[in-house]
Design a protein around this ligand. Structure first.
Ligand code: MG
Length: 473
């Protein structure tokens, strides 16, 4: 090695130190511009269930305020109409047909299912972890409860929650679900509550579930505040059976369903207050939405899709279109967004805002919504594909939606195949009442071609929902 004379050595060391300080400053700057992400995901909350979306007797002042100060999206779609596929889509930015997480054999994963989200899928948590984020999952997972499928194996540093739906592991099958909820019989459901990969309570006392999820979420925000973080808070409620803590009993003029919603709204207020108290609200994008439409068969224990047709399980608008409220003070362009967005778009949007590039080695179905968030451009989303299980039932492109088949979840009728398909002009007719097929043969052809192009892009993969050991749920 050549020895430098002392003056040159000093200059070399000074230059090296200067270069190092420059690169550290750049890293620090990049880190400082990486926003936090908080996703609050409800289960079976309908399009019409928030007061800011028109509900006359459910009061959601915290969400109303966030919607007023931030963005209210009126045309935001879950990418499936039931729990497991919808969550797979949110986590991966891909229609669940691509990951094997939607199926004609079973609608969702059950406690005796053996499948789950394949390790080959890239979750939002994994993508953000690669960009230096801390990650926390609180609440319902429903992408596989066996160890290899848990949140902790899918990019999350920690997990606290029930790994599937709160009506599963039902022990008392004689008493009606309505009575069990009204009598607060949480023991009738032997649901496990997990911390990371261990069961810490069984049955879960669901009366305090929303409260405990909230406390955990607030604790995580305090713990992670000094680095960019992604917090996924997925409430088990308002999926039946309905439970709420003692302070919310009789809270709402809308009955037990209203009580549950008003406690969730309180929870949103707690999370928003924590961000504000710490002083990180201006560096945090918070998104509140739902996994699918309301479970209409449960009458007053299910929610409302407002003016939209049908609900959970259906490819009518009421099954897929969900309320979405977004908050990011100082960065979001406030107002009502009428353009399309989807839970599919969260992964590419978050990765882009964090300074990364979405996965390039696979088909992604999500779009980067940054221009719409910041008010610099229209939403890049122009189409949506609607599945029931593994079958493509409907397609929306721009203002028009075509139904190849429909399923009326409310009365659990057999699916009806439509030939010719039904066609609706969705912005004029959001309730999908007036079929305009005869007037627009050219649109029918265009949408059929788009549907076929989508079908052709799907590579067959193993069905993760098909295999079960007992089939007793
Ligand atoms: Mg659901």
């Amino acid at each position: 090695m050549r020895i430098l004379p002392p003056p040159l050595l000093t200059l070399f060391l000074l230059l090296t130190a200067w270069q190092m300080s420059l690169s550290c400053a750049a890293d620090g700057k990049a880190r400082a511009t990486q926003p936090n992400f908080v996703v609050i995901f409800c289960d079976d909350l309908g399009y019409g269930d928030l007061s800011c979306f028109g509900h006359p007797t459910i009061r959601t002042p915290n969400l109303d305020r966030l919607a007023q100060e931030g963005q209210k999206w009126t045309t935001f779609y879950a990418a499936a109409n039931v729990c497991t596929p919808s969550r797979a889509a949110l986590m991966t930015g891909r229609y669940p047909i691509r990951s094997g997480m939607t199926s004609d054999a079973n609608t969702v994963l059950f406690p005796d299912s053996t499948g789950g989200l394949p390790a080959s899928e890239i979750t939002i948590a994994e993508a953000l972890k690669d960009l230096g984020y801390a990650t926390a999952c609180v609440g319902k997972w429903h992408l596989g409860h066996l160890p290899q499928y848990l949140p902790t194996r899918n990019g999350f540093d920690s997990y606290f929650g029930i790994p599937y739906s709160n009506d599963m592991d039902r022990v008392d099958k004689k008493t009606s679900q309505f009575e069990l909820a009204e009598q607060e019989q949480f023991q009738a459901y032997n649901c496990p509550l997990m911390r990371d990969e261990k069961i810490i309570e069984r049955p879960t006392d669901q009366r305090t579930l929303t409260k405990r999820y909230t406390e955990e979420a607030v604790k995580k925000i305090h713990e992670l505040k000094d680095r960019p973080f992604f917090l996924y808070l997925a409430h088990n409620l308002p999926h039946i059976p309905l439970f709420r803590s003692s302070g919310f009993k009789g809270h709402s003029p809308a009955g037990i369903y209203g009580d549950v919603l008003e406690e969730i709204d309180w929870s949103v207020g707690q999370v928003a207050a924590a961000l504000k108290d710490i002083g990180i609200e201006k560096n945090t994008l918070l998104i509140f939405t739902s996994d699918n439409g309301p479970w209409l068969t449960f009458k007053t224990h299910g929610g409302s899709a407002g003016l939209l047709r049908d609900g959970k399980g259906s490819s009518w608008e009421g099954g897929h279109r969900v309320p979405a409220v977004m908050s990011w003070p100082g960065t979001l362009s406030p107002g009502i967004v009428y353009q399309m967005g989807s839970t599919l778009d969260l992964l590419p949007t978050f990765v882009s805002l964090a300074g990364g590039t979405p996965p390039q080695d696979r088909i992604l179905d999500g779009y980067d919504l940054t221009p719409t968030l910041k008010g610099t451009g229209p939403s890049p989303r122009e189409e949506m594909f609607f599945y029931k299980g593994a079958q493509l039932y409907a397609v929306r492109k721009g203002d028009y939606k075509i139904h190849f088949a429909t399923y009326t979840a409310y009365v659990k009728q057999e699916p009806v195949v439509h030939d010719p398909p039904l066609l609706y002009e969705i912005n004029h007719d959001p309730a999908e009442r007036f079929d305009i097929t005869p007037e627009h043969p050219e649109l029918l052809e265009e949408l059929k071609v788009l549907a076929q192009k989508h079908r052709d892009s799907v590579i067959p993969v193993p069905d993760q929902l098909a295999s079960r050991t007992r089939r007793n749920n």
